[in-house]
Design a protein. Structure first.
Length: 87
């Protein structure tokens, strides 16, 4: 069955999939898997919020920017990609 898109449904259905996917992977000694999961979750939530509300909260922006190593340029790219495919 199809599920209607919403930020709530992304949190309810998509995030557990990401969690399981990362739990199934072998965690490297450097912790790269944890950082990767943090980045993926932040990007998914950023994109979902942007698609649902046409904006992102300051909290979401800050959390995503931190997960991406403080790079505003990556946030601009994500925003452009989401906008392009949502159009």
């Amino acid at each position: 069955d199809a599920v209607e898109f919403s930020l709530n449904n992304v949190e309810k259905f998509m995030l557990p999939i990401l969690e399981r996917e990362h739990d199934d992977n072998v965690v490297s000694a450097s912790g790269d898997s944890d950082r990767s999961k943090e980045r993926e979750v932040a990007i998914v939530l950023f994109a979902a919020e942007l698609l649902e509300t046409f904006t992102v909260s300051d909290e979401t922006y800050k959390r995503t920017k931190e997960a991406l190593g403080g790079k505003d340029s990556v946030l601009v790219e994500i925003n452009a990609i989401v906008g392009y495919y949502a159009y």
